[in-house]
Design a protein around this ligand. Structure first.
Ligand SMILES: Cc1ncc(COP(=O)(O)O)c(C=O)c1O
Length: 399
């Protein structure tokens, strides 16, 4: 096997944590681990109507191959939604992708050579690290605070590293921390990208899931030089199983994405694309998203209240204004992987934070998801975790 596989195959390995977390598929586990939307909010009945309408009106088209760029009416609809966010997009600026995860994979292919610098938030989205890692880049992590990525550190990194290709950022309710980048920093980010001539990948799957405060304009809305590759998805506002996302970028770079996408899957499922478009045509997606927001807001509040009440006071946590996750920091002596093993014995799961740092470390952190469990299970799960955390500190202090 050793001689047969490409060198890059040795760069990727199955995550040990992912293996451990396979048990979360059992329904008796209280899982704060995945990034799964609440399935009870999926519009199953509406999707039956949508599929029947498509097959009755346009069945042959829905089941046929289609263009790589995507289904034109869907691209038009998405461009309209982008314009509502102050992004000057036309349908030609939109490429439909098979989930926004494909956008990340394509960005790696289009932008990265071995040794190129990728700047990212510290921590950042695990599957983006894995998608980029295949191209052997140099990850430069920028610390965050409550306002998101620190711009003073970003500026220093850009000054000192001469092979930076792109800045990867999740400005809204970041995965994994739940933090949001402030308006001032969004403007500063684009100013620095322009000054140092680097690209920005703005990954925004959660922007619509804001529970409080005002929505902030995307970084892309300040982009005057075609530097921002914006990507988003219907995974969190409709359903992830349908696998429809998109990229919005300047035409010159988009051509390259299209060619690479051809090599990957020719095009995103025609039927899926038509389903998303028909759903928006027949139903009120804003009303649907508003229902999701209400449920997630209650779950976030419930998790935060339980944490405040139950967790020992040496635990710190973020208080996200939207999205799916919050982030926990434990004292440096506690390893979140050990905590996970104890929690699994009590049938509670989460993701240890170390995996979200491309250059390692930070084993005293962890990510909690609040979208996928009922309030009763959240209270129960946080209670069980609290008991274990109290014990861990005592054990660490003794050793
Ligand atoms: C930050 C971020 N980007 C991209 C994705 C991929 O989403 P999808 O491929 O379902 O659109 C996710 C999924 O959780 C995510 O959290």
């Amino acid at each position: 096997m050793h001689n047969i596989l490409a060198r890059r195959a040795s760069l990727v390995k199955a995550s040990e944590i992912r293996e451990i977390l396979k048990v979360t598929e059992n329904s008796d586990i209280i899982s704060f681990a995945g990034g799964l939307p609440a399935p009870e909010l999926f519009p199953v009945e509406e999707m039956k109507t949508v599929c029947q309408a498509i097959l009755a009106e346009d069945g042959m088209k829905a089941l046929q191959y289609s263009t790589t760029e995507g289904y034109k009416p869907l691209r038009e609809m998405i461009a309209g939604r982008m314009r509502a966010l102050s992004i000057a997009a036309q349908s030609e600026d939109i490429l439909i992708t098979t989930g926004s995860q494909q956008g990340l994979d394509l960005s790696g292919k289009v932008l990265l050579d071995e040794g190129d610098g990728v700047i990212c938030e510290s921590p950042t989205y695990l599957a983006a690290i894995n998608a980029f890692k295949v191209y052997s880049p140099n990850f430069i992590e920028i610390a965050m605070d409550e306002q998101g990525m620190r711009m003073d550190e970003l500026e220093t990194a850009l000054e000192h590293n001469h092979r930076i290709k792109c800045i990867y950022t999740i400005p809204d309710f970041q995965n994994p921390t739940g933090r949001t980048m402030s308006l001032e920093r969004r403007k500063k980010l684009i100013e620095l990208a322009n000054r140092f001539a680097v690209m920005v990948i703005e990954d925004n799957p959660y922007g619509e899931l804001r529970f409080s405060g005002d929505r902030l304009p995307p970084v892309k809305s300040f982009d005057t030089e075609g530097r921002v590759i914006y990507q988003s998805t219907f995974s969190k506002v409709l359903t992830p199983g349908i696998r429809v996302g998109w990229i919005c970028a300047a035409p010159e770079i988009m051509q390259k994405y299209v060619v690479f996408k051809q090599g990957t899957d020719l095009h995103t499922s025609t039927f899926s694309q038509m389903q998303v478009n028909k759903f928006v045509e027949l139903f009120d997606i804003e009303e649907h998203v508003s229902k999701i927001r209400q449920v997630y807001r209650r779950r976030r509040d419930c998790m935060l209240e339980a944490i405040r009440r139950e967790f020992p006071d040496y635990v710190t946590y973020t208080e996200p204004e939207g999205g799916l996750f919050l982030w926990i920091t434990l004292p440096a002596v506690i390893n979140a992987r050990d905590v996970l093993l104890s929690c699994l014995q009590q049938k509670v799961a989460f993701v240890p934070g170390g995996a979200f740092f491309p250059n390692g470390g930070h084993e005293n952190t962890l990510r909690l998801n609040f979208s996928n469990m009922t309030e009763a299970r959240i209270v129960e799960g946080i209670g069980r975790m609290a008991g274990i955390l109290k014990e861990c500190k005592n054990t660490a202090a003794e050793s």
